[in-house]
Design a protein around this ligand. Structure first.
Ligand code: E4P
Length: 216
C-alpha cells in the first residue's frame, strides 16, 4: 500500500518525506485554506513547491462544478507539474470531466466518494484514483472500512484499474484496517502515520536494552 500525506502544510510534508516512506500528497480546498493559500498564482506556486519536495503524485482539487470550467481548471493544474493529479468531485459534471481528462492523458482523483456505486462510476470514467472518505462515513454511524472492502471486491472482479485511495483517515488503526481491506493507497494526516510507530512494549523493550547496554 502506498502512503500519501493529506495536508497542504509544507513542514509536515517534509517531515513525512524525511521518514523515507512517502509516496505522494493529497490536498483539498479546506487544507489549502488552512495554510492561508489564496489566489490562483499562490495556489499554483504552492502545488509546485509540494511537487518539488516529494517525488510522487500530488492531488490538486478543482474549485469549479461545471464541466467546461472543471476542464479548463484541470488543464491549468496539470500543467503545473507532471506529478499533479487533478482532483475532481463525484458529481455529474465531475464524472464527465474525469472521462475527458482520461481521454486527454490527464490523471485524476475522484473525491468525495461515499458509496460503491459512485466508485463504479469513477472507475468507468477512467479515474486514476477513487477516494472513499472513511472517517466521514464512520462519523455518520456507518463503517467506512466496509466500503473499502466492497470497492476492492468490485474492482477485482470487474478488472477496474482505478486505484483505491483510502481518504479521511483519522487514526493509525484506520491505516492498518485500510491495508487489510486492500486499499492501494492511504492518505493520512502526519499524526496517524507517526501513530503507527507507537507500541508500549517497544518503549519498554528499548529502555531495557539501553539499560543493559551499559553493562556491556
Ligand atoms: C483526501 O483526499 C480528503 O480530502 C481528505 O482525506 C478528507 O479528510 P477529512 O474528512 O478529515 O476532511
Amino acid at each position: 500500500m502506498k502512503f500519501f500525506i493529506d495536508t497542504g502544510n509544507l513542514s509536515q510534508i517534509k517531515e513525512a518525506h524525511d521518514l523515507g516512506i512517502l509516496d505522494g500528497v493529497t490536498t483539498n480546498p479546506s487544507l489549502m485554506a488552512k495554510e492561508g493559500i489564496k489566489g490562483e498564482a499562490a495556489i499554483a506556486n504552492h502545488y509546485k513547491t509540494i511537487c518539488e519536495l516529494v517525488d510522487g503524485d500530488v492531488s490538486a482539487e478543482v474549485l469549479s462544478t461545471d464541466f467546461a470550467t472543471i476542464v479548463e481548471e484541470g488543464k491549468k493544474l496539470a500543467a503545473i507539474h507532471p506529478n499533479i493529479v487533478v482532483k475532481v468531485p463525484m458529481i455529474k459534471d465531475g464524472v464527465k470531466a474525469i472521462k475527458w481528462f482520461t481521454d486527454n492523458g490527464i490523471r485524476t482523483n475522484c473525491t468525495l466518494v461515499f458509496s460503491a456505486g459512485q466508485a463504479i462510476l469513477a472507475a468507468k470514467a477512467g479515474a486514476s484514483y477513487v477516494s472513499p472518505f472513511i472517517g466521514r462515513i464512520d462519523d455518520s454511524g456507518w463503517d467506512g472500512m466496509e466500503l473499502i472492502a466492497q470497492i476492492r471486491h468490485i474492482y477485482d472482479i470487474q478488472n477496474y484499474r482505478t486505484e483505491i485511495l483510502a481518504a479521511s483517515i483519522r487514526s493509525a488503526l484506520h491505516i492498518t484496517k485500510a491495508a487489510e481491506a486492500g486499499a492501494d493507497v492511504c492518505t493520512c494526516p502526519l499524526d496517524s502515520i507517526l501513530g503507527l510507530l507507537k507500541h508500549p512494549l517497544t518503549d519498554i523493550g528499548l529502555a531495557k536494552f539501553l539499560e543493559d547496554a551499559k553493562k556491556m
